[in-house]
Design a protein around this ligand. Structure first.
Ligand SMILES: Cc1cc2nc3c(=O)[nH]c(=O)nc-3n(C[C@H](O)[C@H](O)[C@H](O)COP(=O)(O)OP(=O)(O)OC[C@H]3O[C@@H](n4cnc5c(N)ncnc54)[C@H](O)[C@@H]3O)c2cc1C
Length: 478
């Protein structure tokens, strides 16, 4: 699969990025550039510092506050740029001393910019170390990105099941759950989390391990809520040798056909083999379906392939691609974009959207660039052992979805958002109110239940213990 250009991306959809941002995400634009990293390293030698406090007078302020979503324009009072884990402790002390409401930023890919939405940003994007341990685990810095992780692990024949976009940081991803093409086989990224080091809201350091409440909270409920995670240790898996990705397309379909294809896709993907992952994307009138097989040498998935092929107009069979190459095909575009994306509900089956879907398809069909993407969960995500160890509340759902809208000029924002909101409202009114925390929306009314379900009350207790004075605050923090 080739990476498409930005303009192509805006015209057509693919779901090379798991239907989340499609091809919109090749690296972390919000992260400090290599030049800036070098500059910071140089300043280290003469500042002898673990931490740099940056205000809006500093030339680095804009690049360090900016995020992947160009729509967001948060202006914190200060940015605490951490150069070492010790610098993180100092940063939290600084925030407490100066009574600054604080948020944490790693990869900067939060859809709603929560990582920059406070008075003080603790920026840990430079903490990117990845150490492989003898017991088949890896200990990584919070700023390490998906691509950095794959680049380090895959040459060793190892992998951490994570997301697809190159620039998303593993900490932001795993603290909210984290899924990708291998999740049905191995579980969510947070399910591989063995231990996390956390500097809490009182600047105290904790090693959260095993089934401790803090470790439980970090597995799905940890985004900017209890403190700053300064390192994460994950169990590693043997990487698949090859990955095969088939694409099925319909260039243009009328609403009735779209509905029928969607319903059939749900039926075909209901009991997928755990080695398989599938995504469905509707972009106005076009349909793209992806079938990813992470064990193609032993299981061909011919039955599923044939059914999806019969359902659509064009089939592009995938080759057996070495995993290191295959993961790159999901990396996406490098530059930041204007967009509004959020979860549009988690589903058990087509029945969960059956009543509302005709109206929803009608709207997307006529819309200016609305994209509706659904991806398969289920498989090992539903492992009961994982459920007990984590605060991730939504394992019973077999599918996650995302509504997306992208535009090129700020002047388009109002219209696009109004179209987005009215479409999303159809899902909410239909009762699709359980949502994936890593696809947040500032307008979800009952976000506590939507993201955390029955686990919210326990998460609140943990918040009271580790951040009793609510130092860590963003628009939807616990
Ligand atoms: C282009 C794109 C592709 C995506 N693809 C996938 C995908 O394939 N699978 C998937 O599951 N999700 C995906 N997502 C969603 C992604 O998982 C979330 O946006 C994730 O939270 C981003 O993490 P980040 O560190 O890059 O972002 P940030 O904006 O830096 O952080 C996100 C949240 O985590 C908190 N946080 C970050 N670091 C820490 C830390 N060290 N300690 C405590 N809190 C912290 C922040 O405060 C914020 O609330 C995608 C998002 C985008 C924009």
């Amino acid at each position: 699969m080739n990476i498409i250009s930005r303009s192509e991306f805006l015209k057509i959809t693919t779901f090379f990025a798991l239907g989340t941002m499609l091809d919109a995400c090749n690296s972390n634009p919000k992260k400090t550039t290599q030049k800036e990293v070098e500059k910071v390293k140089q300043s280290l030698t003469f500042l002898d510092s673990d931490l740099i406090i940056i205000t809006n007078q500093d030339e680095r302020y804009d690049s360090l506050r900016a995020g992947f979503n160009k729509r967001i324009n948060n202006t914190p009072k200060v940015i605490a740029l951490c150069l070492t884990p010790l610098g993180v402790e100092q940063a939290v002390e600084y925030a407490i001393l100066n009574k600054l409401k604080t948020t944490v930023k790693s990869g900067g890919h939060c859809l709603e910019g929560f990582s920059s939405a406070s008075e003080c940003i603790i920026n840990v994007s430079l903490l990117q170390t990845i150490a492989i341990n003898a017991d088949n685990t890896a200990t990584i810095g919070p700023g390490a990105t998906v691509s950095q992780l794959y680049n380090t692990l895959l040459p060793l024949g190892k992998i951490l099941p994570s997301g697809s976009c190159a620039g998303v940081a593993i900490s932001g991803l795993s603290l909210g759950g984290g899924y990708g093409i291998l999740s049905r086989r191995y579980g969510l990224t947070c399910d591989s989390l063995v231990a996390a080091t956390v500097i809490d809201g009182q600047a105290k350091k904790h090693l959260a391990t095993d089934n401790s409440p803090l470790a439980w909270a970090c597995r799905g409920g940890g985004n900017g809520n209890f403190g700053v995670v300064t390192s994460l240790t994950f169990q590693l898996q043997e990487a698949p040798k090859t990955i095969q990705t088939h694409i099925f397309k319909i260039k243009s379909a009328l609403p009735e056909r779209i509905q029928s294809v969607l319903e059939n896709w749900f039926t075909i993907t209901k009991n997928l083999n755990w080695n398989l992952f599938s995504g469905f994307v509707l972009n106005k009138r076009s349909i793209f379906i992806m079938l990813v097989n992470s064990n193609p040498e032993e299981y061909t998935a011919k039955d599923i392939f044939d059914q999806l092929s019969a359902l659509t107009d064009k089939t592009i069979p995938g080759s057996l691609m070495p995993t290191a190459r295959a993961v790159k095909s999901f990396y996406g575009i490098q530059t930041p974009l204007y967009f509004k994306n959020s979860c549009a509900g988690l589903y058990r089956s087509f029945d969960d959207i059956a009543v509302a879907i005709p109206q929803i398809i009608e709207k997307i069909h006529k819309s200016k660039g609305l994209i509706y993407a659904i991806n398969t969960w289920g498989g090992n995500i539903q492992n009961t052992a994982f459920e007990a160890r984590s605060s991730f509340a939504h394992r019973a759902y077999n599918y996650t979805s995302e509504l997306q809208s992208y535009w090129e000029l700020p002047t388009e924002e109002n219209n696009r958002i109004s179209e987005f909101d009215s479409t999303l409202q159809l899902f909410l009114a239909n009762g699709n109110t359980a949502q994936y925390r890593n696809y947040p929306n500032v307008n979800f009314e009952n976000w506590q239940q939507a993201y955390y379900g029955k686990n919210y009350e326990r998460l609140k207790t943990i918040k009271q213990k580790y951040d009793p004075n609510s130092v860590f605050v963003h628009p939807q923090s616990i």
